[in-house]
Write a protein that binds this ligand. Structure first.
Ligand SMILES: [Zn+2]
Length: 420
């Protein structure tokens, strides 16, 4: 089938090639531009291995039929009858899974500022580099300038800029006199001034209300932070009454709370306040005991490891061990990298190997990337698995599932057609 190739198509291809992202041109790499131009026409992805969900049996020699951005059929070749007017793309040697979630990102780099007015191509390229070329079709922003992130999201949702779904915590709350040194020293002073530093339970409630009324989807609290004092880093804890008030208010409004714990004191504050999600593993793994793990699991707390943030030096192997102990005991792990705070994007593919080293299998890793976050953030149904009627929110990986967790870094293409 002849398909016109627009400037947009050329730009995409160019970006992929420049990034070294496409090792060799393949038919499957053309899916996104094809779909953009053929919204009304069916598309068939053929010959791949399909992993419909983390616990499903892989389907070899699979076929996926996509019409108007939705999956209308999938299965083994021969069991699916493609529409006669469909274009077929050869995906032999590839594996297709649902789009990934990255549950810990930040839109705080200078390049995102004034997202309402930046050229669409520039935003598209930056989103591609930070997120979509690693397979992320949905992200949880754990702290940024809320109106700016909402502008970015609005342009994505309007179809003007190809990018991931964005769930945002908006502006975080910090301990009194406790904005961490790495925030004060990296963000512009006018941004730092906007951060919430409640001095009382009443102020915390007011800050949560303001953030959520402004359009945030969840609340982020920094429970224990490090500030510079006389040349040393000293720790500041958020007051327990403030933690409880902020979380209670968020829950009253039906919103989740994610926290930055730093250490066991942060975990204890989180437990006392009935938090939902730990945004990091802790840096004193000796205190991550089976008893703490049991209490966190009993409280239905999810864990976002962000292992790359802490590795590979010091007591890193024990920090890695926190993840395995949590999944072994039945705790929920959500994938996240802290990308945006960490700006060497390429290095963050190490997160997959660290999680693999921690003992997570490919199905477990896929769960942290798809079904677990979609369920936790209330987006299951249309996304996170390959199903008839679901959005064609897909990632195409070079290779087969027999390669194990490594395959998750071999992203050939990320599809964003759900926006249409
Ligand atoms: Zn972060």
């Amino acid at each position: 089938m002849q398909v016109g190739r627009t400037d947009a198509y050329k730009r995409f291809t160019f970006l992929f090639l420049v990034a070294g992202f496409l090792v060799r041109p393949r038919a499957c790499a053309e899916i996104n531009p094809l779909l953009k131009e053929m919204e009304a026409a069916p598309l068939v992805l053929a010959g791949e291995t399909i992993l419909p969900s983390p616990d499903a049996t892989p389907i070899p020699d699979g076929v996926i039929v996509i019409e108007s951005g939705k999956i209308t059929a999938f299965g083994r070749s021969g069991a699916v009858v493609p529409p006669s007017n469909a274009a077929t793309l050869d995906c032999r040697g590839d594996t297709i899974v649902a789009g990934f979630w990255n549950c810990h990102v930040h839109f705080t780099e200078r390049k995102w500022m004034d997202a309402a007015h930046l050229p669409a191509e520039q935003l598209a390229r930056d989103l591609q580099q930070m997120l979509t070329r690693q397979g992320f079709t949905a992200v949880v922003d754990e702290g940024s300038v809320l109106p700016n992130t909402l502008s970015l999201r609005q342009r994505i949702e309007a179809g003007e800029v190809p990018g991931p779904r964005i769930v945002t915590a908006g502006i975080p709350l910090f301990p009194k006199d406790g904005i961490p040194w790495y925030v004060t020293e990296s963000l512009p002073p006018d941004v730092v001034k906007q951060l919430y530093v409640p001095a009382s339970a009443e102020e915390a409630i007011r800050d949560v209300d303001k953030n959520l009324a402004g359009g945030a989807d969840l609340v982020k609290l920094f429970l224990v932070t490090g500030v510079r004092e006389n040349g040393r880093i000293v720790l500041r804890n958020m007051d327990a009454r403030i933690v409880l008030a902020a979380i209670t208010e968020a829950h009253r409004l039906g919103k989740l709370v994610v926290v930055h714990p730093s250490n066991i004191n942060g975990v204890e504050l989180a437990l006392a306040g009935h938090v939902d999600i730990l945004g990091h593993t802790i840096q004193d793994p000796e205190n991550w005991t089976p008893a703490v793990v049991s209490r966190l699991i009993a409280a239905h707390v999810s864990l976002i490891p962000t292992l790359t943030l802490f590795g590979p030096t010091g007591n890193f192997s024990r920090v890695v061990g926190e993840v395995k102990s949590y999944t072994d005991a039945g705790g929920q792990v959500l994938f996240g990298t802290d990308v945006g705070f960490l700006t060497d994007y390429q290095s963050l593919s190490r997160e997959f190997s660290y999680l693999g080293e921690s003992g997570l299998t490919l199905p477990q890793l896929l769960e942290t990337l798809t079904t677990a976050p979609a369920g936790r953030f209330g987006h299951e149904g249309q996304t996170s698995r390959i199903a008839v009627g679901a959005d064609a929110d897909l990632v195409i990986l070079h290779g087969t599932p027999s390669e194990g967790p490594r395959i998750l870094t071999q992203v050939a293409y990320t599809d964003l057609t759900y926006q249409n």
